[in-house]
Design a protein around this ligand. Sequence first.
Ligand SMILES: CC(C)(COP(=O)(O)OP(=O)(O)OC[C@H]1O[C@@H](n2cnc3c(N)ncnc32)[C@H](O)[C@@H]1OP(=O)(O)O)[C@@H](O)C(=O)NCCC(=O)NCCS
Length: 186
Amino acid sequence: MAPDVFVRRARPQDAVAISRLNNSFAAEGQMLLRTPEMISLAIDDYIVAQGPAGEILACGALKEYSPSVAEIAAIAVSRDAHGQGLGRAIVRRVEDLARMRGIYDVFALTLQPEFFSAIGYERVDRARYPEKIRRDCLACTRRFACNEICFARNLLIEAEAPDAPVERTGRADAAVVGSIPRAHAA
Ligand SMILES: CC(C)(COP(=O)(O)OP(=O)(O)OC[C@H]1O[C@@H](n2cnc3c(N)ncnc32)[C@H](O)[C@@H]1OP(=O)(O)O)[C@@H](O)C(=O)NCCC(=O)NCCS
């Protein structure tokens, strides 16, 4: 990743740029359409990568399904910036956000299985996430022809990996990575 790219929590004023980036892939059916209003409502869940001129180069979000399970969602990298490690960097910061919220079981439903494999995710049966199926899949028009593949990562185990330095807290079941404060309860 270029040294002048800054990965950070999203701010309300990023919503339009995030929507534009997201929808450039939604038009091709690679992502769900998300309006600036939808993104504004969930802005505390978004991470962005900002370029040297302040432009939004990549984004991603944590979508919570239960106190212990969340989806790594809406990962998008500007076409000009593909292949530079931005997708991986965004996912790692979204994972940090999950850890800060005490969530260690994260999954993704994706049309990019090679990407999630390359960044340490394991292919799993989506039936493992009934919360996702109940909330989103059952109402989806593509539910009988869905070609998305489910990938998951256990952050409690993976926190020991060298690219995710962990600062242990006093609690045996808690680990804090990074310094992302939770602005609001989701
Ligand atoms: C998928 C996407 C997020 C990847 O972003 P990226 O910044 O290009 O990915 P990175 O550079 O961080 O790559 C990380 C690893 O994944 C691999 N990878 C990324 N995209 C890949 C692809 N399409 N096929 C195979 N491998 C891929 C890279 O080779 C790299 O592996 P390495 O570390 O072993 O070299 C980006 O292509 C994108 O925005 N696609 C359109 C939107 C989309 O489909 N989002 C996913 C929704 S869940």
